[in-house]
Ligand binder design. Structure first.
Ligand SMILES: NC(=O)c1ccc[n+]([C@@H]2O[C@H](COP(=O)([O-])OP(=O)(O)OC[C@H]3O[C@@H](n4cnc5c(N)ncnc54)[C@H](O)[C@@H]3O)[C@@H](O)[C@H]2O)c1
Length: 314
């Protein structure tokens, strides 16, 4: 089925540069009217500049699409309210939110100041609360909504010096897990993208050459955008999925439950028993990604099918 967002409105945060810019342009190519949010700060979140967002708006319009700029700060509750309001005031609807804006304040945990912790968690994780909270009434009213949040392998598996960033990015996984349940009844699908791309945020990492032409192609944000466009589209009936996208490879990250060990809980076990059974308790063989703690995704999909609703393929 062709992925199309004709007549729909998408809000993309941090869309003045890098990955967000690629998402906004691709969503517009697929028919969406786009709110291009970006406050135009540095990688560490300092300063502001309206021009990156406006340039992306100009690019979308030059290609025949529709877009407007928004200079708000995603960490601000009020600014996120105004992003949703701008969509409603301009086009009378909001269908998809891509929470992508981000900054870095990398420091080992013992060197990380409270301010570096607070700011990074505010920009990444509170952004997602702000946007979900404010778009939810619109989504519930129209019984339709799509949310894509930008997580990171730093949170899913870890990376030295990114305690603030990793915690905020992994927090999005927990937020997704709750929002997928709260949104289901209203046809609101909530998913994660874990990207890898050459942008100003990553171009100098690990001694990379920012001018390497090969890297500019194979690690282009355009390799990530198709997944975001799909997850933000009406064709997506998936919720609670985390897609990794980088350098021409797509895959999925998931929190899984192992089969574990069941004992008769009428009697108690001690730490020696736990130690003796540790390997079997933690063995990933036969593990599965649940929908909730009570339901496997398969059971949940079967229940959706039985109710005549579109089920996930994951
Ligand atoms: N590039 C990668 O490989 C990579 C890997 C994992 C995750 N990510 C995530 O993807 C997202 C995009 O990253 P990128 O690589 O394109 O970085 P980027 O620095 O090129 O773009 C981020 C944009 O967000 C904007 N922004 C920052 N704080 C904002 C705020 N408070 N309000 C509004 N706009 C704000 C910036 O002005 C910038 O234009 C980020 O959330 C990042 O953490 C990127």
């Amino acid at each position: 089925m062709a992925v199309r967002l004709d007549g729909q409105v998408a809000l993309v945060t941090g869309a003045g540069r890098g990955l967000g810019r690629a998402y906004a342009i691709d969503l517009a190519k697929h028919g969406a009217k786009v709110i291009v949010n970006d406050f135009g700060g540095s990688v560490s979140g300092e300063g502001n500049d309206d021009s990156p967002a406006q340039q992306v708006v100009n690019e979308i319009k030059a290609a025949g699409g529709e877009a407007i700029a928004n200079p708000g700060d995603v960490g601000s509750y009020e600014d996120c309210y105004n992003m949703v309001k701008q969509a409603m005031d301009t086009w009378g609807r909001l269908d998809a939110v891509v929470a992508n804006a981000g900054i870095l304040r990398d420091l080992a945990l013992h060197n990380m100041s409270e301010n570096d912790w607070d700011l990074v968690v505010r920009v990444h994780l509170k952004q997602c609360y702000n946007l979900i909270h404010h778009s939810w009434p619109v989504f519930r009213q129209q019984a339709y909504g799509r949310v894509v949040m930008a997580t990171s392998s730093s949170g899913l598996v870890g990376n030295f010096g990114q305690g603030n960033y990793g915690a905020a990015k992994a927090g999005m996984y927990g937020l997704m897990n709750v929002a997928k349940i709260e949104g289901e009844k209203y046809n609101i699908m909530v998913n994660l993208i874990s990207p890898g791309a050459q942008t100003r945020m990553t171009e100098n990492l690990g001694g990379r050459d920012p001018n390497d032409p090969e890297r500019a192609v194979v690690m282009a944000p355009d390799h990530v955008a198709p997944a975001v466009t799909y997850l933000a589209s009406p064709q997506c009936n998936e919720s609670g999925i985390c897609i990794n996208a980088s350098g021409g490879r797509y895959s999925r990250s998931a929190i899984v439950l192992t089969k574990g060990v069941q004992y008769d809980p009428h009697s108690f076990k001690d730490a020696d028993w736990f130690e003796a059974n540790f390997q079997q308790i933690t063995d990933l063989e036969g593990s599965y990604a649940p929908w909730t703690f009570q339901l496997t995704r398969d059971q949940h999909n079967e229940a959706l099918k039985a109710a005549g609703k579109p089920a996930s393929r994951a």
